[in-house]
Ligand binder design. Structure first.
Ligand code: SF4
Length: 468
């Protein structure tokens, strides 16, 4: 049987694109394979937002070359932002790659999969054996599908970004804003809900800048329309820009109970001179005012963010302003990075901060943010939460991992519930009894089919009974 393995790096946009590729592959008659050594087609969906992501993508390409040597019938496809940026370079550095598709060529990728399908018969035993000898190197990114992945769906509402932050490669590789018509978004969301999605995420690089190209609807209107879909359980969105975070949007969030109570609003820096150099189009004071207004309307929501340290020109005083902001804002989670120059962006040409200064600042910032996260997690101990299952915990498969509505990881011992039951009843009801920087631990009390439906109690793990 022909099969496709998809490996995804980077942001929610790539995640959404990989889902689209998987759908096109299945429609063309492929199976989705979780082991690249067994696949007919390997798709590497790349990211170039940081140097590390770029190096990893080239490393994975070199690794997949070994699979192609073992089985020349294998097709290796590279797509995503790195493909867009390095299309020409790849022809010389990775000539074994069969096809490269830029960020606006996903439909062509899907068409190519359909075209290639008839060329794949069941693999011969010899080819399978040879490829099985080539073990995947560590660090593989998430495979696009597993038994639980259909519980979450991503619907792209816009492509590209027109804001040109001086550190960001996105507008250069994905182009300017291209918003999808609201009718298309609603139709895709409806299909996802009908297929069993419990949590729908609207994704875009700057999702709250959305404007329906055919009408007057903005992002708040879009959220209202999606939240009203019959059968939708939970709704969330990623990623927002502070400039477009309007009072109307805050008021809309407060009114829609289907929304997960987590706002991700990247601030990037706590220093106005640095925000200006980043071309972020807001000041620290404006960001804080928006969050204050938002918290007045949505007091139960958590706020998460992105922070960059070591940006060109960042003085110790600028960095300390970021530290102070992180302390004041009580972020429930922050994705923190040392600035990494991206070819083709203005900031890459500026004088750079020494790497060791950036790393040291990151450590200091992480201490502050982690302490804040831990304090928030501590407040959840003793409560009962509902969280959407992700599957067996990667670290300990005897436990289940899930995400709360606030996107906090929850890990509980699995008292022996079969995957088929978890797929039918994916909402875990758990008592939280441990808080950590990374998330929560607890005891599973029950499982529910629907977020707001009744739960069925589950027996505690055998170990507990013995302890009693
Ligand atoms: S808003 Fe800035 S950081 Fe975000 S995608 Fe656009 S250019 Fe990049």
């Amino acid at each position: 049987m022909a099969s496709v393995y998809i490996e995804t790096f980077g942001c929610q946009m790539n995640e959404a694109d990989s889902r689209y590729i998987a759908e096109r592959a299945v429609a063309a008659g492929y199976e989705i394979e979780s082991d690249p050594t067994l696949a007919s087609v390997v798709v590497l969906n790349t990211c170039t937002v940081r140097d590390n992501a770029e190096r990893r993508a080239y490393g994975r390409m070199a690794h997949f070359k070994a699979l192609k040597v073992a089985d020349p019938s294998l097709k290796l496809v590279v797509c995503g932002c790195l493909a867009e940026q390095d299309r020409d370079r790849m022809q010389t550095t990775a000539p074994y790659v069969d096809a490269v598709f830029g960020t606006s060529e996903l439909i062509r990728l899907g068409d190519a999969l359909a075209e290639w399908r008839s060329a794949f018969e069941d693999p011969t035993d010899e080819a399978s054996e040879l490829r099985a000898l080539v073990q995947p190197l560590g660090g593989a990114a998430d495979c696009i599908t597993d038994s639980f992945s259909h519980l979450r769906s991503f619907v792209t509402v816009q492509r590209g970004c027109s804001y040109y932050c001086t550190f960001c490669i996105v507008p250069h590789v994905r182009g300017r804003f291209d918003h999808r018509p609201i009718g298309e978004i609603l139709a895709e969301a409806r299909r996802a809900v009908a297929a069993g999605t419990r949590e729908l995420t609207l994704v875009g690089q700057t999702v709250n800048a959305y404007r329906d190209p055919a009408g007057a609807a903005d992002f708040a209107d879009l959220l209202e329309a999606v939240a009203a879909l019959e059968g939708l359980e939970r709704l969330t969105f990623l990623t927002s820009h502070p400039k477009d975070f309007t009072p109307k949007l805050a008021q809309t969030l407060a009114r829609l109970p289907a929304l997960n109570p987590r706002l991700h609003l990247p601030v990037q820096s706590g220093s106005n001179p640095i925000l200006r150099r980043m071309n972020r189009k807001y000041t620290v004071e404006q960001y804080e005012e928006k969050i204050t207004f938002f918290r007045e309307h949505c007091p139960a929501w958590v706020v998460t963010t992105d922070l960059i340290v070591g940006f060109p020109g960042e003085s110790e005083a600028d960095f300390e302003a970021t530290l102070a902001l992180a302390q004041r804002m009580r972020f429930a989670q922050a994705f923190m990075f040392v600035y990494s120059p991206r070819r083709g962006t203005p900031a890459a040409l500026w004088e750079q901060i020494p790497a060791e200064v950036g790393s040291e600042r990151l450590r200091r910032l992480a201490d502050v943010v982690n302490a804040g996260m831990r304090r928030i997690h501590d407040t959840r101990v003793g409560t009962t939460v509902r969280a959407l299952v992700q599957g067996p915990s990667r670290k300990d498969p005897s436990k289940l991992a899930a995400k709360t509505l606030e996107n906090i990881t929850l890990v509980v011992p699995n008292p022996g519930i079969e995957p088929s039951r978890l797929i039918a009843q994916p909402w875990l009801e758990a008592r939280v009894d441990g808080a950590h920087v990374w998330g929560l631990t607890g005891m599973l009390l029950g499982v529910a089919e629907h977020f707001d439906g009744p739960s069925e109690p589950v027996a505690p793990p055998t170990l507990d009974l013995i302890a009693i």
